[in-house]
Write a protein that binds this ligand. Structure first.
Ligand code: PHE
Length: 367
């Protein structure tokens, strides 16, 4: 209790007092009490005040106790007066308590008031890596044309990465893919293991597992034993596409890839197909779009040619179909492979492929 300083018995000699003395003491106690009450602002202070004046050993209580020393007549008069004062003090206390409580609530309301016009705290928003964004965009374009997405292993057998794709052992065509070999072979010791150099092994894996019609796209990571520079990385993404069915023609290939180019690079894009060689397609092509930066006039992005090469494609080679047990006299199909890094670099004017993998926030925050 904080009231210790006030605790000394106020009128210890009250027992010897006379009636006029007592009456006056009561007045004094009343005036003092009311005066002190004025300045009190907290519930603790009010409690100390109550103990000091109205408590069991309080000032007024002591006066009331000393009434016993008066005559009966005096006791009646002074007692009535003392009881009035007691009631007055109690009532004043209740009033003061009410006020303190009210102002405390008002203070709380003030503190907790919400200013709905204040601007909110901004939350740091994450975002997808630019490559994830472009991969989704590319996949969305093909999904809209009826392709389904499949994924495959990044660690692959020679069998799928090369042999089933019409690239036999020791064939010079293997030089097109600088391969990272893994020091491991299958149980018979025949199959070397490698990091897939392209997503094309999923052509064979998909056809082994499905009957035609097949329409899949395969986004995924690939690896090559290559020196890095502004346009080469030793790890990168590809998106493979494969459509096989009864009666698929080169016109389907052209139509599908043309639509894809328009969706990604704009509705007024034109495309160009040129002969190219990949062992697992026949005929094989590469596809270019007219340069969206200079509209075909010739600029830095298209290296003054007006055309930008964006993917390799072709009709699935009969040997590949045979290899997975499809009858090439019944089924035909087309396949393509594109590099999302290159697509993103063209689309966003990124000049160095290594930026995608350098984890530099200054670069990543731009997307
Ligand atoms: N897999 C080939 C590459 O990595 C691209 C390709 C895919 C070409 C499918 C034709 C058909 O270069």
């Amino acid at each position: 209790m904080k009231s210790e300083g006030f605790r000394q018995p106020f009128i210890a000699q009250g027992l010897y007092m006379t009636s006029p003395d007592l009456a006056q003491t009561i007045q004094e106690v009343r005036d003092k009490a009311l005066e002190e009450l004025q300045g009190l602002a907290s519930e603790e202070e009010l409690e100390s005040w109550r103990i000091l004046y109205l408590g069991r050993r309080g000032r007024l209580t002591s006066v009331l106790r000393s009434l016993g020393s008066l005559s009966q007549e005096e006791r009646r008069v002074v007692g009535a007066q003392a009881n009035q004062v007691k009631a007055l003090l109690e009532e004043s206390l209740a009033q003061a308590e009410g006020q303190v409580k009210e102002s405390r609530i008002a203070g709380l309301a003030q503190e907790e008031q919400i200013d709905v016009t204040r601007p909110g705290r901004s939350v740091a928003l994450g975002r997808f890596h630019p490559l994830t964004q472009i991969l989704r965009e590319i996949c969305d374009a093909f999904v809209a044309m009826g392709f389904q997405i499949v994924e495959g292993p990044e660690v692959e057998w020679d069998h799928y990465n090369f042999e089933l794709l019409n690239i036999p052992r020791d064939h010079p065509a293997r030089d097109m893919w600088n391969t990272l070999w893994i020091d491991y072979r299958d149980e018979k010791g025949e199959q070397p293991m490698l990091l897939r150099t392209h997503t094309s092994p999923m052509q064979a894996r998909t056809m082994e597992r499905m009957k035609p019609p097949v329409r899949v796209i395969v986004p995924g990571k690939c690896y090559r034993y290559e020196a890095t520079d502004a346009t080469h990385e030793w790890h990168f993404y590809q998106v493979e596409g494969l459509a096989v069915d009864d009666g698929i023609t080169f016109a389907d290939l052209k139509g599908t890839l043309y639509e894809f180019a328009r969706r990604i690079f704009g509705a007024d894009r034109r495309v160009r197909f040129r002969c190219d060689y990949f062992p697992f397609v026949e005929p094989g092509v590469d596809m270019s779009i007219d340069c969206f930066a200079c509209k075909g006039q010739g600029c830095r992005i298209c290296q003054e040619t007006g055309w930008i090469e964006i993917l390799g494609a072709g009709m699935v080679h009969p040997k590949v179909l045979e290899g997975v047990g499809y009858d090439p006299s019944v089924y035909t199909g087309f396949a393509f492979g594109l590099g999302p890094e290159r697509i993103a670099m063209l689309k966003y004017g990124i000049e160095d492929i290594r930026l995608f993998y350098s984890n530099d926030l200054r670069f990543l925050r731009q997307f």
